[in-house]
Design a protein around this ligand. Sequence first.
Ligand code: G6P
Ligand code: MN
Length: 446
Amino acid sequence: MRLTVLGGGGFRVPLVYRALLADRGKGRVTHVTLHDLDASRISAIQRVLRELAEGVPDAPEVHATTDLTEAVCGADFIFSAIRIGGLEGRAIDERVALDEGVPGQETVGAGGIAYGLRTVPAARELAQRIAEAAPEAWVINFTNPAGMVTEAMSHFLGDRVIGICDSPIALGRRAAGALGVDPATVWLDYAGLNHLGWLRGLRVKGRDVLPDLLRDDDALGSFEEGRLFGVDWLRTLGCIPNEYLHYYYFTREAVAAARAARQTRGSVLIEQQRRFYTHTGGSALATWESVRLEREATYMAENREASGIGERAPGDLESGGYEQVALALMRAIALDERTTLVLNVRGHGAIGCLDPGAVVEVPCFVDANGARPISVDPLPGHALGLVSAVKEVEQAVIEAAATGSRAAALRAFAIHPLVDSVAVAGRLLDRYERALPQLGYLRGRN
Ligand code: G6P
Ligand code: MN
């Protein structure tokens, strides 16, 4: 099986390759093509892959290219993990929002809109090229903001593009672990949009054990989301939100903590990753692993700071999330190994208030036909309200990217529940346009 990774010089590519090396099953990936615009980033990653493959018999062959058509032709699966504007762009997304006093995470609030406005035009272009050059390939989108980008690509690729995120499965794993239940045996009743979903049930052999968890102070206090949101709020909600909902439920605290920090997440990652990409001599794998651990240890540091919950649990520093979801998805499709996974796909009515083409994050039934959303119980009213509002924002960004309409871009900022004034929305767009050359395509002064 042939796998192509777009954004092949990206920092997390070794995670994927390590998962491929561990896969000894039939129909496994034998050829990996890395595509990136920056050949030096691919070389740095290839050094890590070579070390990972040492001593592994029949390790997947790795081939690198900067030619997109060559990269996608003949691929069975294409992972899209690109970062338009690099981490420098991310740092601007975050800083501009924080300067206006609103959240600016790379997928949430104003930062997510800016990142989307930069990324969706490129994602559309990629999807078009893939539809022409590799119409049989399955595309697995990792690129954030993952829900919005997957929906934009689905306009060209239909249900052959599937978005993935590890946060629902990581939440399920932690919640099950807190009750001493084997995560492999639970059914996750999880629904929403990417980074905007809720775990409403945790079923073990048909019995929902989430109410047991919500009753148990010690169990709730033993894992990340339990500590982040606090026992009282979780009991009030009656479910467990995705960690990114911290920006919605504790907006002031999250903004204050991010503003108090010396650097934004993007600029922290620039420094961390510079150590890896400029590294010479010695083991590239060892440098990569130490930078990766540092990234994991500092993940969502300001949100944890805002909630006063201290360090991450050691088990959360081990990856195994997102590359495992990707591998499971790929195997299920390629080998018709039927399974269910929480994925980002067109909802086709799974969440009632949204149009059928809107991409949602819900449990899906996966087999050789792809991923089909499973219809889920309705979301509670306030969750439905947030989901509809944020979906409108995502669709306004996609419209702006497709038409160049500056008015649509402004609407995206103005209607976002985390942007508290239309005047702020106007200033955000002005500032992002000045700071980000990739937004030069927006036309019209409203
Ligand atoms: C989680 C999120 C991803 C995100 C990743 C890294 O896995 O679900 O969407 O890309 O964390 O976040 P970071 O802040 O380290 O870039
Ligand atoms: Mn994610």
